[in-house]
Design a binder for this molecule. Structure first.
Ligand code: MN
Length: 232
């Protein structure tokens, strides 16, 4: 039987609200041998039911998480926010940790985990972080790329190796303070945290987008294979 990997979805608000997801996440889970299950933003009451029926969880990329979770007002360049998604993903994350199933956070997914676990975010890198690197292109959603290196001895380095590599980058926010129990598992050359993990809890969080890379750089498939292997 294939392991079921729950994947959180984006929500577009407005007159005709939509739940939607990049197909690249679905393809990555399939390529890693898992069965993807897309989870709509329908309220935290459903989180427990979903978690009972999945073996691993991916928290995906998307718009900014509300900064109230880390006790800050919104910066002028942050947002738009989507409270229904924040609420749903927080509940999914909590229930996943309680159930002991592994969690892979990607981009916003990493940022929500940091926010929900008591860490904090750089709300806007261009105005709040001194760097000569580019982490997001003005023309986003197209990704830029930069060097990054996994920290030796981490879960991430055991999956990808600890050599410096090129990752994609499409984020204007990033983790400022790591939550308790988490360690940084990858850094960019400017000191930006590009991944974090809580190995004991089975949580791996990435600031880059491996789902967009795995097709031509098979290395990145290993991250999804890790999730499927650990799924229970
Ligand atoms: Mn970056």
């Amino acid at each position: 039987m294939k392991k079921i990997i729950g994947i959180s979805m984006n929500r577009q608000q407005g007159q005709n609200p939509k739940n939607f997801l990049d197909h690249s996440y679905v393809k990555a889970v399939l390529a890693a041998g898992g069965a993807p299950l897309l989870i709509p933003n329908i309220g935290e009451a459903y989180a427990q039911e979903y978690i009972k029926n999945i073996h691993g969880l991916i928290l995906t990329g998307g718009s900014d998480v509300t900064p109230f979770y880390y006790n800050e007002n919104p910066h002028g360049a942050s947002g738009p926010f989507c409270r229904p998604r924040d609420v749903m993903e927080r509940a999914l994350y909590r229930e996943a940790i309680k159930a002991g199933i592994p969690v892979l956070g990607i981009c916003r997914g990493m940022q929500v985990i940091a926010s929900f676990e008591g860490g904090s975010l750089i709300q806007d890198i261009p105005t709040q972080y001194e760097t000569d690197m580019i982490h997001v292109l003005p023309g986003a959603p197209y990704a830029t790329e930069h060097f990054a290196k996994a920290v030796e001895g981490t879960l991430l380095s055991s999956i990808l190796g600890a050599e410096e590599r090129i990752i994609n980058s499409i984020h204007h926010q990033a983790v400022r303070e790591l939550p308790k129990g988490f360690t940084a598992s990858m850094y960019a050359r400017d000191g930006m945290i590009e991944a974090m993990e809580n190995k004991e809890a089975g949580v791996l969080a990435l600031q880059f987008h491996p789902e967009r890379l795995h097709a031509d750089e098979t290395d990145y498939l290993k991250l999804f294979q890790w999730l499927v292997k650990e799924a229970k």
